[in-house]
Write a protein that binds this ligand. Structure first.
Ligand SMILES: Cc1cc2nc3c(=O)[nH]c(=O)nc-3n(C[C@H](O)[C@H](O)[C@H](O)COP(=O)(O)OP(=O)(O)OC[C@H]3O[C@@H](n4cnc5c(N)ncnc54)[C@H](O)[C@@H]3O)c2cc1C
Length: 465
């Protein structure tokens, strides 16, 4: 039986492993972290390999759709553990109802997938196994990867043979270094920095309390950036604030009292805060970027029998929560074409790269564009300068948000774009929607984003007080 090695047991690695194992192949998952049996709260589950593990996650309808298509039992399991979004209107024109998005802690969602992976007879899971190098044969025009070198928790090393290596080792993939070591041509890479700071605080409902409504996620814009509240399994919810890394307010907001002062100043958030107690202090996350790595250059593939899947191939600033859907889409493609990936490894590397650009490249490119605008606006807020004018795309998006509460069709189309089920061009091609948006924009030439909550001055004063 042919053998596939997966580097990393994050969401991309576990999903790839399960889908490939179910095609009848033997799969070994190598994970550098020592992963214990996991209690659901992140505070008691140490997972250094997943830096974003404690940040808010929402799992969009596209990720649920892919699980439904490929492995409905996985969708049922993540739905059972988390909170299913039953509010977002996603069905258009009599089309089938898409699988519902789900909210949960990142590590809890991963735990569900890991439990499923452990039930697969074709999967061997090796925690505490860090991949340090690739093993390749050089008799071919580009290196063909034939295995990996692994360092165990005690420092011992060993080689693991593979017919295909899937690098699902996340944003900080050692792929570039490992490819250099086997003599591959430099890996083409594109990176766009996002000077954003995330601050996330977790809460648990007090005894006898229930979530105040089913309207989560609660999204909005503050006077310094934006906020997001998402429910999660086990009576938990998180609130994340996003602001510029330049904003001095980021220091004040790390103080739990100042963070909650802001939350209490937004009635839509305060109604949740009043029913719960915090379980953590605000957890910061920065160093965000949109990065795409490719294994093909102008001359063709630079390597064979080695693929990047998930964040290692493409990761996006998480403001729009696209990472898991992008990762699952890649895992789905590789699993569906696994026979070709093994039989024609050079051709497959090129075909996968082409598909990545054509199928999901749009979501990466649109994120890069939106983030450049977002970062510029948050920087202006941080410097207390006048906001730059919104781009045409920014105005279209804002118009859809403002029309949604009054127009169910636009609400549905907006939700479908957000959930990655439709592209904006598909929606704007709809004559009625296009006309409604254009009329709204014509009537509101100076459109500005509504902002909520305590002012900067009030928050700074509360820090000193
Ligand atoms: C702040 C933040 C918020 C986010 N919010 C969302 C959201 O709301 N919705 C969403 O869909 N996505 C979100 N994402 C992205 C999402 O977390 C990822 O896209 C998704 O988890 C897929 O990641 P992955 O499996 O590719 O990598 P990871 O989750 O990073 O997993 C990589 C794994 O590889 C292991 N590893 C690394 N190197 C080695 C090695 N050499 N040997 C062995 N193992 C190794 C690591 O320990 C880890 O287990 C967010 C990301 C960030 C940063």
């Amino acid at each position: 039986m042919e053998h596939v090695v997966v580097i990393g047991s994050g969401l991309a690695g576990l999903t790839s492993a399960i889908l490939i194992a179910r095609q009848g192949l033997r799969v070994t998952v190598l994970e550098k972290d020592e992963i214990s049996a996991a209690p659901r709260t992140a505070g008691s589950w140490v997972r250094p390999g997943v830096g974003q593990g404690s940040q808010t996650h929402s799992f969009l309808a596209l990720s649920s759709e892919i699980l439904r298509e490929e492995a409905p039992d996985l969708l049922a399991a993540v739905h059972a553990a988390g909170v299913v979004d039953v509010v977002a209107p996603l069905q258009v024109d009599g089309s089938p109802e898409p699988a519902r998005p789900v909210f949960d802690r990142r590590l809890a969602y991963e735990h569900v997938l890991k439990e499923k992976a452990l039930l697969e007879t074709n999967i061997e899971f090796r925690p505490g196994a860090m991949v340090i190098a690739l093993v390749a044969e050089r008799s071919t025009s580009v290196p063909h990867v034939r295995g990996v070198e692994v360092r165990g928790a005690g420092g011992e090393t060993c080689l693991v043979h593979a017919d295909l290596v899937i690098d699902a080792s996340g944003r900080k993939s050692p792929g570039r270094r490992m490819l250099e070591q086997i003599g591959a041509a430099p890996m083409p890479e594109e990176a766009h920095r996002c000077d954003l700071q995330y601050l996330t605080r977790w809460y648990r409902l007090d005894d006898g309390c229930a979530f105040p409504n089913r309207a989560a996620p609660v999204r909005g814009r503050s006077w310094f950036g934006s906020f997001l509240l998402c429910a999660a399994g086990d009576r938990q919810f998180s609130i994340s604030l996003v602001l510029s890394v330049e904003d001095p307010l980021r220091h004040a907001l790390r103080e739990p009292a100042v963070f909650d002062r802001f939350v209490a100043s937004v009635p839509r958030l305060a109604e949740w805060l009043n029913l719960a107690s915090a379980t953590d202090d605000p957890i910061p996350f920065a160093g965000i970027e949109n990065r795409r790595r490719e294994l093909v250059n102008a001359d063709g593939p630079i390597v064979a029998r080695y693929l990047l899947v998930g964040d290692s191939a493409m990761h996006t600033n998480p403001t729009l929560g696209r990472g898991t859907s992008l990762a699952f889409r890649q895992a789905q493609f590789v699993a569906r074409h696994i026979a070709t990936a093994l039989a024609e490894p050079d051709n497959f590397c090129a075909a996968f790269a082409k598909w990545l650009r054509q199928d999901i490249g749009f979501w990466f490119d649109s994120q890069v564009f939106a983030d450049a605008e977002l970062c510029e606006r948050l920087r202006a807020l941080a410097r207390e300068e006048e906001l730059p004018a919104l781009s045409h795309q920014g105005r279209l998006g804002l118009a859809m948000q403002m029309l949604a509460p009054h127009d169910p069709r636009i609400a549905c189309q907006g939700a479908r774009i957000f959930q990655m089920l439709s592209k904006p061009t598909d929606v704007l091609a709809d004559e009625t929607t296009g006309r409604a948006i254009n009329e709204f924009l014509a009537k509101n030439p100076g459109l500005t984003e509504p902002r909520e909550g305590a002012s900067r001055a009030l928050l700074v004063a509360s820090q000193h007080g």
